[in-house]
Each structure stands twice: as C-alpha cells, then as structure tokens.
Design a protein around this ligand. Structure first.
Ligand code: PLP
Length: 367
C-alpha cells in the first residue's frame, strides 16, 4: 500500500471532476455559431459562472488557462515592463517571468514571509506576492501588499495556486488585479488553470490569436476541463472548513511524532498562519534526495518541496531566501496532506522515520 503525501504537488482527481470531464468530453468548439457550438458554450458559461460564484468574482473575470504556470506567466508578463516589486519566495512560474522582465526589486524576507513592504510605496508596473508558499505553507501578508500597492496605483498579481479550494477566497475583496489558481491542486484535472483578471487594468496579451478569453488567453477552450474544474472546486469549497480542521490535526500529529522520534529536526513551517496540510522540515546531516528515496522504498511519496527539473532536486530558493543554512536546506523534506490522507498515512511515516533519517545521515552529504 502506498502513502501519498505530496498533495501540494498534485492531488488525485475527484470523482465529480472525472464524471464532469467524461460527460462533456464530446463537446466541440464553444466559439462555433451553430447548434453544437451553442451546446458547448452553455456548459462553458455554467462552469465560468459557478467558478465566479465560488471565488466571489464576476464571470467575465474568469479566464480559463491550461495550468497555474500559464496563469502566472500571463499575468506577470502582461503587466511587467517597468519596475516590478516581487517576493523572492515565489514559485518559479512567477520568479522566472519576473526575472526576465528586467528591473526587479525583491521584498525582504522575515522568517517564512515577506517582511518590510516599503518598496511597494513607490509606483511600479507590477507587484506580485503569492498567497501561500508551496514549500512551507506560510500565508503571506497579501492584504497589506495589495493595500500598499494600490495606494500608489500599482497592479497586484497574487499566485493563489496553493490556496484556492483550501481556504476561502474572495477575488472581489482581495483587491488584487489578477489571481492565479490551478485545478489539479484541488482535485480537478491537470489540464486546467484559472486566471482571475479584473476588467481594468487587464494584462496585455502575451499570446496572440483568435481573441478568446478577452484576448488574454486566446485559443480554443477545452470545455470538459472547464466543467471538471468547476465541479472539483464546488466540492472542495463545500468541504473546505471540515477538511482544514481534519488536515491540521493530522499535520500536528505528524510533526509532533517526528520531533519525538528524531533528534535535531528543523521545522520550516511556522506554527501559525499556514495552510492546514503542509509540513516542511529539515534533517541536517542527511541529503533530501536520500530521505526521499528511503521514504519511497518504505511506500511513502514525499518530496523535497523545491522545484524539481527532470528528477534532479535543486537547493530550495525559498529556504535560502529565508536565511536557512545551505547544509540544512539540503536535508529538507516536505510532507503535504490532502483529501485522501488519513491517520494510516501519518502512522506509516512515524513507523519508519527514525530509521530512514538514521540511514540517510549515515550515508552523509554528497560533495
Ligand atoms: N504556483 C504555486 C504556488 C505552485 O505550487 C504551483 C505548482 O506547484 C504552480 C504555481 C504551478 O501550477 P501548475 O502545476 O498548475 O502549473
């Protein structure tokens, strides 16, 4: 039996999403001005309206994309052009377009969150800050970021990929100009992303084409993915409060159990102001890759939490930006709990973690 503890990377598709996808997979071009086009359009409109209602946005503000990565790129590249103020804790799908834009000013980091926000008091072409960090689960001060940026007329992008479907989100009251989400993080298909974008200011088009999705994301829309995304989000939002309590309980038991069994553990996830299912920690003296391999051999799917290109982990830029020593960063493991997680998953980790860490420490550090 496998124990999947990498829900922040991707979560299994909900049955309601599979059913919606299968039901609508035969639909054709929602832009077609004929009967089959209108049938597809109706399903797309329903999905858009449901998503808008669940995220407290106007239907016209919902832009369907193919991933959270695409939504982040469209927003960042669509606004960048002058000075950009950004959090260094961002996901690579924000960091890379921000770096490519040129004149970046990074917000200082204090602990697991951005700290001094005074760089936002000067106008910029864009300010960007994630709502919750994908490695540590730490919620970021997005309300204050938006308030300060808006006071000087700077558009704000929020990467809410880890938050949508897990904590309440109101696009209207967030004040953000754009907000990104990803369907597969809340049990939707891995082919679906969302960009919420106000009518004005709207990001300039990065892709040029047939004008779909207000010209922000041209291309023929996969209606089945849109319908499955809406169905998954509806179920996720419906069970959000109960799930948050349940997952936080499992997460606390996992953290306390690990601390009771292993010496010299550094916990990166703060005790408060975090997503309910995240636990990011380091076992200094061990390599993250060794820990992941040994956990895998024991039937446990976990990750180091940092961007992983072709299976090779790089030292987490998030932990480095938080000021964590490189030796400690290299021993990081992220456990993320989600809808399918149970006490049995926590028990499975606690049964092996002492031995796994002892063996990884014995193997030592590479290089
Ligand atoms: N932003 C954050 C915070 C994420 O955690 C991820 C995925 O891990 C993304 C963006 C990218 O989302 P997607 O996998 O849908 O491209």
């Amino acid at each position: 039996m496998r124990h999947f503890l990498d829900h922040a990377a991707t979560s299994p598709m909900r049955q309601v999403a599979v059913d919606a996808w299968v039901e609508h997979s035969g639909l054709l071009n929602p832009g077609g001005q004929y009967t089959s086009g209108r049938a597809a359009r109706r399903v797309l409109d329903d999905a858009r309206e449901l998503i808008a209602a669940l995220l407290d946005a106007d239907p016209v503000e919902v832009i369907f994309t193919a991933s959270g990565t695409e939504a982040n790129n469209l927003a960042v590249s669509g606004f960048a052009g002058g000075r950009v103020v950004a959090s260094p804790l961002e996901h690579p799908s924000v960091l890379e377009p921000v770096k490519a834009s040129g004149a970046v000013e990074w917000l200082p980091v204090a602990g697991a969150r951005v700290g001094d926000l005074s760089a936002l008091d000067q106008p910029a072409s864009l300010a960007t800050c994630m709502w919750a960090n994908n490695e540590t689960g730490a919620l970021q001060p997005v309300d204050e970021v938006v308030a300060r940026a808006q006071a000087v007329g700077t558009p704000v992008h929020i990467d809410a990929v880890q938050v949508v479907g897990h904590l309440p989100v109101s696009f209207r009251s967030s004040g953000a100009t754009t907000l990104a989400a990803s369907a597969h993080k809340f049990g939707g298909p891995r082919s679906g992303g969302l960009l919420l974008a106000r009518r004005s200011p709207a990001p300039a088009p990065v892709l040029h084409g047939g004008g779909q999705e207000r010209g922000i994301r041209p291309g023929t829309i996969d209606v089945a993915t849109a319908a499955a995304t809406a169905a998954a989000l509806e179920e996720a939002v419906g069970e959000m409060d109960a799930e948050a309590t349940r997952l936080a309980g499992l997460r606390d038991r996992l953290r306390d159990g690990i601390l009771a069994r292993v010496d010299d553990v550094v916990v990166h996830t703060p005790p408060e102001g975090v997503l309910p299912g995240h636990l990011h920690l380091s076992f200094p003296g061990a390599e993250g890759d060794s820990l992941i391999m040994l956990l895998d051999a024991a039937g446990i799917d976990a990750s180091t939490g940092s961007a992983c290109a072709s299976g090779v982990n790089r030292a987490s830029h998030v932990l480095l930006a938080m000021g964590v020593e490189e030796q400690v960063v290299r021993g990081a493991v992220r456990f993320t709990l989600g809808r399918t997680s149970t006490d049995a998953d926590v028990d499975a980790v606690l049964a092996v973690i002492g031995d796994v860490v002892a063996r990884a420490r014995l193997a030592g550090m590479a290089g």
